[in-house]
Design a protein around this ligand. Structure first.
Ligand code: FAD
Length: 322
């Protein structure tokens, strides 16, 4: 039987959302292809991060508990993955298109001599192989590409593209794999984990986003949007011009060169809806757009639209929603 293997990503004892997002995809592919879904959890010691949630989301939970794997280290992860993947030969190996996945996937693909597709937005297994949706030329085009048949594929998945469910109705067998012999392995060493500053909010984690675009007019108007966001328990995000102007930090930017988000509610204030922006937020639960131009592209995919001047609409929204 075919195997789809997902590499779990964890930090500070927490399995990251991306792992469960990939599992949503993996479990769907598993049903379509009648394949088993396994998770490889490399961690330090005997406390396995997210063990219960992972076991409830896959068929086989493979764990390697080893001090050398307590923190992400490309050299150590590569050594372990090379060994495990050579033994198991899963058909699909999936990991996040995160800093970890971007660091790991190319070297792993080269070592195993298997095809790698990065930053995948959607996959569809076909009898001949695999079709993948990804963006090209900085998000200008969406391409559906077919891969040549291969025995194995390595894919990195863009965060925010699939639903994050911590528990997917499964009950995995736990298998503890042998730890690794690190003798002779020299290279990178983990020194310390540095938290990002409090100013750097992770917009990808927010349930509600109030997002400002160039239509907000000037930086002096940002506090009004922030007040509205605070009043409804939302986080403030923005389009690229707002970040480029330095009105909000780059960490708040949504889109192809910013973050992909999937909040329950996305309120776009003065954002035109260019495809590079759309690509980063189109999977939001409910999209509400405020724009003075009825022809603005955002009205083509928003669930609710308000045509009007954002500075006049904002106080009304605050009164109604807060
Ligand atoms: P605009 O397109 O200028 O739209 C402003 C909107 O505000 C207009 O629709 C206007 O009608 C409306 N408006 C004006 N005044 C008011 C008012 N008073 N009340 C209500 N509405 C008003 N963009 C991103 O956002 N994220 C990215 O990650 C990103 N990456 C990119 C990567 C590349 C390689 C490239 C080439 C571009 C990228 N862009 C990105 C830029 C993208 O193409 C657009 O230029 C950008 O999204 C436009 O931002 P905006 O909607 O805020 O501004």
């Amino acid at each position: 039987m075919e195997e789809i293997l997902v590499l779990a990503e964890h930090r500070q004892g927490q399995v990251r959302d991306i792992t469960f997002e990939i599992l949503t995809l993996a479990n769907r592919l598993g049903i379509e292809r009648e394949a088993t879904v396994s998770v490889l959890l490399s961690c330090g010691g005997e406390a396995y991060p997210g063990e219960k949630e992972l076991a409830a989301s896959c068929d086989d939970l493979l764990v390697i508990g080893d001090e050398g794997l307590a923190h992400y280290n490309a050299d150590h992860y590569l050594a372990v993955l090379e060994r495990v993947l050579a033994e198991r030969r899963p058909r699909f190996i999936l990991m996040g298109h995160t800093s970890m996945g971007m660091d790991l996937a190319p070297s792993l693909a080269a070592r195993l001599s298997i095809p790698l597709v990065t930053d995948c937005l959607e996959e569809e297994a076909t009898s001949g192989g695999l079709q993948i949706l990804r963006q090209m030329y900085g998000g200008k085009i969406q391409a559906r590409i077919s891969l040549k048949p291969s025995e194995q594929y390595l894919l990195t998945i863009r965060p925010g593209c699939f639903e994050c469910r911590r528990g997917q109705g499964k009950s995995a067998h736990l298998k503890v794999l042998d730890s690794h012999d690190w003798t002779g392995l020299r290279g990178r060493r983990f020194l310390e984990y540095l938290e990002t500053g409090p100013a750097d909010v992770d917009i990808a984690e927010a349930d509600i986003l109030v997002s400002v675009g160039r239509g907000i007019g000037k930086p002096e108007n940002i506090p009004l949007a922030q007040e509205f966001a605070d009043a409804i328990g939302a986080t403030l995000s923005c389009s690229r011009p707002v970040a480029d102007e330095g009105w909000l930090p780059k960490s708040r930017q949504v889109g192809t060169s910013g973050k992909t988000v999937r909040p329950k509610v996305y309120i776009a204030l003065g954002i035109s809806g260019a495809y590079q922006h759309q690509a980063g937020m189109k999977n939001s639960g409910t999209i509400i757009a405020v724009n003075k131009d009825p022809q603005a592209p955002i009205f083509g995919f928003a669930h609710y639209g308000i045509i009007g001047d954002v500075m006049k609409v904002l106080p009304i929204l605050k009164e109604k929603f807060a």
